[in-house]
Design a protein. Sequence first.
Length: 569
Amino acid sequence: MPAASSPFARAAAEAVAQVTGTPVDDLKVEAPPRAELGDFAVGCFAAAKAMKKAPAAVAAEVAAIFQPNELLDSATSAGPFVNFKANRTRAFAWLFERAAERSFAPPIARDQTITIDYSSPNISKHLAYHHIRSTVIGHALANLHRALGAKVVGINHLGDWGTTHGMIIAAYKKWGGPEMEPLDITKINDLYRRFRAEEKNDPALAAEGPAWFKRLEDGDPEARALWQRFRDISWAEFDAIYKTLGIEFDEVRGESAFEKDLPGVLEMLREKGPIVVSEGAQVVELEGEKTPILLVKQDGATLYATRDVAAALYRWNTYHFTRSLYVVDRGQALHFRQLFKLLKKVGYDWADRCEHVPFGLVRIGGKKTGSRAGEVVLLKEVFAEATDDVRPRIREANASMPDDQLERTASMVGVGAVVFANLIAQREKDVDFDMEKVTSLSGDSGPYLQYSHARCAGIVRKGGERSAAADPAQLAHDAEWAVARRLLDFGDVVARAAAGSEPHIMCHYLLDLCGDFSRWYTAGNDDASLRVLVDDPAKKAARMRLVETVQAALAQGLGILGLGAPDVM
């Protein structure tokens, strides 16, 4: 990742690089600990080591040599750091340009291709609330990389193959019939639950699931037809929720799509020698692992590890990815570690580009959710509850809002609240879901960010016709600069969040931006001269343009996270 994305921060790194000979991308640019020290701090540790000087001496040398330029006004040393102050007028003008283009992130990744495997639920089951984190984290990562100009391939790798699907076919054959029509995902899932309950006491029934899956793998027409019907019903349910979230996948390829590739994959692994037979099953022993990776069971049926090998080969051969991300809960860490080791073992060096992006559990009322936890909460029900929760508050604040606009806004805010609640924590931390906190208009919440965007839109409406000219030199107050200084970091935040697969970095950045904006805007409550809508036409035009710039940045940031940006709340 480059040292900095804004030209001002990069100019600071270049000023140090020119004096020390250090590659500019090796220099870290950060904010000084106190605003009065400057706008950008560049440490001289690496340069000092190469020059065999003390870091403080190098910093003093850089500061002494520095000459003001178009982007930077001054440089001072503070111990091992050089602190630079930006040319504020030029910085405001640059930000206004970014707002006009509706993009604050630089296209530094245009040569990259990123594949992201996310959401990926099992068919024949509801899209439950525990699917939320893979879905929204993956979507945010896709948007982060797209904002940087990368080619992103968002992949929904449906769990549509395996013994589970044999169980559902067996259950339908045993208990299904005309009385179940019209068949829907609830009835299909009930069949599966009944099968799992009754097989515990019926060994013959327990054997029917694997037998039907074997028939499915062998191409049995009846098994295939039932499986396809269950898959189609499932996808219709899933897709409705994805549309609510504004998610469109570039590729929907379930495990079944790789069925035809499995014989070739297994033959390749046999030719390269790692497969061994253990208790009738085909496995691969891996260095440093206590257990082998299982590829083929005793009955000849394949497992999802086998299909994941085929999927990885397909993704490499199709996309030649720069990074291949698997956004799957941390409980699958062993599986992905073994998968990547297996790919590396048989000579695929691109396995180093494959990354498991693990995340923590989600809890409602202190209880884990998920089919294994026994507490299944449907995602669509959580969205509906959040929407119901915010609707009356939006109506109270906007009595004349048309009903259709109210519904769109309530859905945008309710769904956005749930999404944000699952992104704001560090990815690997568990999430405790509290609806009251999630939908609050204050604190660290999605609705607070959306309200800030709507507030900007309201100010713009109130300000009336936009002036063609806005002189950035009119913006001379420190509160105005605090907003601009935060905006200058937008691109670096996107780059860091994308590099570390951590959307929460973007969440906290937007909260900080809203805080800076609120402090500036409300300063006018105590001093009329600081109000945005002042009588002075030149000041008003410049301040209005800054409001529009904040609005544009919030719109892009909310969009990256997968939240809507309402103009009225």
